[in-house]
Unconditional design. Structure first.
Length: 291
């Protein structure tokens, strides 16, 4: 057995040994180790010692979460010399109401602004003012675009759409607008953000707005002949009367004839932008006769 060594001074402190046995040097007492000695048979019966197994989790390479792909989707709408008011599918608005001049900033992240562009040739200030509404990370869906004229003339509404991956959708969406001071035109943008998608721009017309477009075209010389303007006006009125009488097939036939006549007037008797606008009016009325 291996003795366990105890210092006598500790035993004295515990009161286990008489004080008369103490000397100037520490006296050592040997106490039997209570642990029994291990025999060769005991050692053989015990399992062999093993090295600690490595934690398999520590051997795997460090895993890091993949950062989310940034959303680069974007929608921009602009036109010269006309106010814009954009309304999303939930009724939130951004832009300026053409009728009241009231400003709205309700669509999340959307902004609107106006850029005054000087004449580079004459240096005349603010010849053209471009009004824009821009929406970063727009929701997919339909947006109504109300255009309110500030000057007379043919302008072009332009819509640029960018996908969630940052790809610009082609072609750029465009539609002619025949403006008069105080006139309004209504469009719809159907926006898709997925890769490879193509958004759409549609003119929303009524029989009344189509008659207004014909009148504006004539007033601005885009339809130079009054007789031609009168003929186009009569054809739209006939289509409206047929629709009001629940004769939808007859109304569509008259609208189709209207488109054919407009096409036949190009290019001498009607301006190209005016012809496109009137054909788009008729196209929408054929699909959605709202009167």
């Amino acid at each position: 057995m291996k003795p366990t060594v105890l210092v006598l001074s500790a035993l004295l402190a515990a009161g286990l040994v008489g004080c008369e046995s103490a000397e100037s040097e520490d006296v050592v007492a040997e106490v039997a180790d209570p642990t029994p000695a291990r025999t060769a048979e005991d050692s053989a019966a015990l399992p062999a010692s093993r090295e600690p197994e490595a934690d398999s989790t520590t051997l795997e390479p460090e895993r890091r979460a993949t950062p989310p792909t940034p959303d680069r989707s974007y929608l921009t709408i602009n036109i010269a010399d006309a106010r814009l008011l954009v309304t999303d599918s939930t009724g939130r608005r951004t832009g300026i109401d053409p009728a009241t001049g009231e400003e709205f900033l309700e669509i999340p992240r959307a902004v609107h602004y106006a850029d005054a562009i000087d004449d580079d040739v004459t240096s005349e200030a603010a010849v053209v003012t471009v009004f824009s509404v821009e929406i970063p990370r727009p929701s997919e869906g339909r947006y109504r675009v109300l255009v309110g004229g500030l000057k007379q003339g043919a302008r072009r509404l332009q819509v640029g759409a960018v996908t969630v991956e940052g790809d610009v959708q082609r072609p750029l969406l465009k539609a002619p607008v025949i403006l008069e001071v105080g006139s309004t035109s209504l469009f719809e943008v159907e926006y898709f953000s997925s890769p490879g998608a193509t958004s759409r721009l549609t003119r929303l017309a009524t029989f009344e707005s189509t008659l207004e477009d014909i009148s504006n075209c004539f007033e601005q010389g885009l339809i130079p002949d009054e007789a031609t303007a009168n003929e186009l006006t009569q054809r739209i009125r006939a289509a409206a009367e047929a629709e009001a009488a629940n004769e939808s097939a007859a109304s569509r036939n008259r609208l189709d004839e209207f488109r054919t006549v407009v096409r036949s007037l190009l290019p001498a008797q009607i301006d190209t932008a005016a012809a496109q606008a009137l054909r788009e009016d008729a196209d929408y009325l054929i699909r959605e006769p709202l009167g």
